[in-house]
Design a protein around this ligand. Structure first.
Ligand code: NDP
Ligand code: 8X3
Length: 252
């Protein structure tokens, strides 16, 4: 059975991917920083689906921790078939003038540098086998900049560019690279962005029927299970009240 490595599996899209792939019998390598959540996810998935899970709790921003964890994976976990680079976040929604530089650095270090570290560490587990699939979580924010989205949008545009570069350079190794760009999806994303302010988080979705984490996970599973000769390069998905960065009737 194939193995899928999911970063940011403690919530939202990552957790929903763990469920969808687990339900379909995949072995799972699960990452995130919240160890309590990883432990309960592992126990639930192993009980529900009779699959194997291996936990790799680390902060994707920590280059040394990323390489140490992946370089020392036990032998039976070293055949990674699919990597889902999902760990990521937005912090704040402020103009350039008002934004907190620490927030900018955290977004750059997580969404871009973290994705690069994890990919660089996992590729030696794919290249010798001439097989693999890297799925990167971009965003509609990669396609269109929105007001006060500045550095978050820039990190996701960078994810799109890095995905294109990986796709070209991994052609000789038959490694697929897919970038998925969701619009508004109700996860913990907005709560994290607004630093625990539940009212602000709720407003993100008021007047919308947003995507769910499962909607996105099902699409990722579809992309990951196409025939070996087929690779979806780039996929944008929104709810029906959103077209690219434009919302119909959103209250906020
Ligand atoms: P959630 O906040 O629900 O989940 C984010 C996940 O990323 C958590 O599991 C979190 O785990 C993990 N994470 C964050 N920082 C780190 C880190 N430094 N190291 C390891 N793991 C980390 O958000 P979503 O599921 O919505 O977001 C997943 C991805 O999808 C992100 O890249 C986001 O930018 C993108 N996205 C989200 C959209 C949305 O509207 N929800 C739309 C488009 C894209 P922990 O805190 O335990 O480390
Ligand atoms: C998350 C979606 O539109 O809030 O990437 O940036 S959006």
């Amino acid at each position: 059975m194939k193995t899928v490595f999911i970063t940011g599996a403690t919530s939202g899209f990552g957790e929903a991917c763990a469920d969808v792939f687990g339900q379909n019998g995949y072995a799972l390598i699960l990452n995130g920083r919240r160890v309590d959540r990883l432990l309960s996810l592992k126990s639930r998935l192993e009980d529900d689906y009779g699959i194997r899970c291996h936990l790799l709790p680390f902060d994707v921003q920590n280059r040394r921790a990323v390489f140490t964890a992946i370089d020392t994976l036990p032998e039976e976990w070293r055949e990674v078939d699919i990597l889902i680079n999902n760990a990521g976040l937005a912090l704040g929604r402020n103009s350039f003038e008002e934004a907190d530089i620490d927030d900018w650095e955290t977004m750059i270090d997580t969404n871009l540098k973290g994705l690069l570290y994890v990919s660089k560490a996992v590729l030696p587990l794919m290249i010798p086998r001439n097989s693999g699939h890297i799925i990167n979580l971009g965003s509609v924010a990669a396609k269109d900049v929105y007001d006060k989205g500045n550095v978050y949008c820039a990190t996701k545009a960078a994810v799109e560019t890095v995905s294109k570069a990986m796709r070209i350079e991994l052609l000789p190794h038959r490694i697929k690279v897919t970038a998925i760009h969701p619009g508004a999806a109700e996860t913990e994303f907005a709560l994290v962005r607004f630093k625990g302010n539940e009212d602000a988080a709720k407003k993100t979705y008021t007047g919308l029927e947003p995507l769910t984490a499962k909607d996105v996970a099902d699409i990722i599973f579809y992309c990951a299970t196409l025939p070996p000769n087929v690779c979806i390069n780039d996929l944008v998905v929104t709810c029906v009240q959103q077209a690219d960065g434009i919302y119909f009737n959103r209250e906020s």
